[in-house]
Design a protein around this ligand. Structure first.
Ligand SMILES: [Zn+2]
Length: 195
């Protein structure tokens, strides 16, 4: 199947998703030329409707998108891109362009990873402190693991939930510090599921 350029006046909307975490990052428009360049270079190219020209994501910010997969929808008038995002996607410094909730809240785990990603790009707050200090990071990880073990040993369910939440946070900060994403962990788990 080929993109239906005629139907959409030569522009197709592209939903851009983190290839590993499946978080929705942004929506942009693609021209035939942008699609060719994306396929030949492996880096996401779009057509800016406001600037009226082709652009490569990250050409100014350095926040490049490495395209892992590219899929056309059922009737050929929309694209889905799975990318590895360098830095953060949004010019506001947010880890997704979709950050104005109108109804409900984003899933907490996704939101937690977004926040850690944002702190890594722009270190601030407690997460920024942990990311900058390896000793503190490792100490907290061990401490929270120990507390989780104690809560499990005490069979205190409510306490264990709180400790596992702490552990998850500190584990993800430690992962982020090493450029490991939840998607990398998921990939490893998928390998084991096949074995
Ligand atoms: Zn944005």
């Amino acid at each position: 199947m080929n993109p239906d350029w005629a139907k959409m006046q030569g522009r197709l909307p592209a939903i851009v998703q983190d290839a590993d975490t499946l978080d929705v990052l942004m929506l942009a428009y693609v021209s035939p030329e942008a699609l060719d360049l994306t396929r030949s270079t492996g880096q996401a190219h779009y057509f800016s409707r406001s600037r009226g020209r082709l652009w490569r994501k990250g050409e100014e910010s350095g926040n490049v998108q490495h395209v892992r997969n590219l899929t056309l929808d059922c009737d050929g008038d929309a694209l889905l891109l799975g990318v590895r995002q360098e830095g953060v996607v949004c010019h506001t410094g947010k880890a997704t362009c979709f950050h104005h909730p109108l109804l409900g809240q984003p899933p907490a785990l996704q939101q937690l990873w977004r926040t850690i990603t944002e702190r890594k790009a722009k270190p601030e707050g407690y997460t920024g402190k942990l990311l900058a200090d390896e000793n503190l990071r490792l100490k907290k990880l061990a401490e929270e693991a120990g507390e989780a073990i104690m809560a499990v040993k005490d069979r205190d369910r409510a306490h264990a939930v709180r400790e596992f939440a702490d552990l998850q946070y500190h584990m993800w900060v430690a992962m982020a510090a090493m450029d490991i994403s939840p998607g990398d962990v998921a990939e490893e788990l998928a390998k084991r599921a096949q074995a």
